[in-house]
Design a protein around this ligand. Structure first.
Ligand SMILES: C[S@@+](CC[C@H](N)C(=O)[O-])C[C@H]1O[C@@H](n2cnc3c(N)ncnc32)[C@H](O)[C@@H]1O
Length: 202
């Protein structure tokens, strides 16, 4: 099994998914503000690397969101998501081999895109196979070259990670064809450059 998925599967067993939910929720609030600015109506959403599915349930709390699904490679993350939301749709799949069976208006991803050797392949799949026309992809990451405090996470947490700079991440979105690409850094503090949020429209 993929090393990152194994690590996060153990984290789910240890209950660390709840810590991630608490740790990420402020940055995710910023991401939701950016989504809501767009006035989407009757939209569908997918959370890639959904963990225990807390963001999927957040999407579903909005009346203008018709449906939201979650996808994660860690079996115990998905089991938790299904237990918390038995009617919900959660896929237990590796994003690298994921073949979307439907397209979405919004694809969201928090703290997941740097777990791939070639994130451009995943972003390309999101653009071509995952998103409806005019669909939005929005991601948040805490590990990137300028955020020095995050640079040892690979060894510290036993994860395979890819370190890119802000310019490189934004460049990938543009190279793949996203329009209206915007980025921001939120929740920064001393010695912490904050969550890098990037969004682009198909
Ligand atoms: C840092 S956690 C973030 C979870 C959630 N988005 C949150 O903010 O709480 C990263 C998630 O990505 C998932 N993940 C990592 N690599 C993956 C892969 N190749 N395929 C599917 N899921 C993956 C992990 O299982 C984990 O749940």
């Amino acid at each position: 099994m993929n090393k990152n998925i194994m690590t996060f599967d153990e984290w789910a067993i240890l209950g660390k998914d709840e810590g991630m939910e608490r740790g990420h929720h402020k940055s995710v609030e910023h991401m939701f503000k950016m989504i809501l600015e767009k006035n989407y109506k009757n939209y569908t959403a997918l959370d890639l690397g959904c963990g225990n599915g807390w963001v999927v349930r957040k999407f579903k709390d909005y009346s203008l969101c018709d449906d939201a699904h979650g996808l994660d490679g860690a079996n115990h993350m998905i089991k938790k998501a299904q237990k918390l939301d038995p009617q919900g749709t959660y896929f237990n799949e590796n994003i690298e081999s994921w073949n979307p069976i439907q397209k979405y208006d919004i694809i969201f991803s928090m703290e997941t895109l740097y777990y791939f050797k070639k994130p451009e392949k995943i972003i390309n799949k999101i653009y071509n196979d995952g998103l409806n026309e005019k669909g939005l992809f929005i991601m948040g990451i805490d590990h990137y070259a300028e955020n020095f405090e995050s640079l040892d996470w690979g060894t510290k947490f036993n994860l395979d990670i890819t370190t890119l700079s802000i310019t490189e991440w934004v460049g990938l979105f543009k190279q793949i064809g996203f329009n209206d690409v915007q980025f921001t850094q939120v929740e920064s503090k001393e010695n912490w450059k904050g969550t890098l949020i990037i969004k682009g429209t198909k």
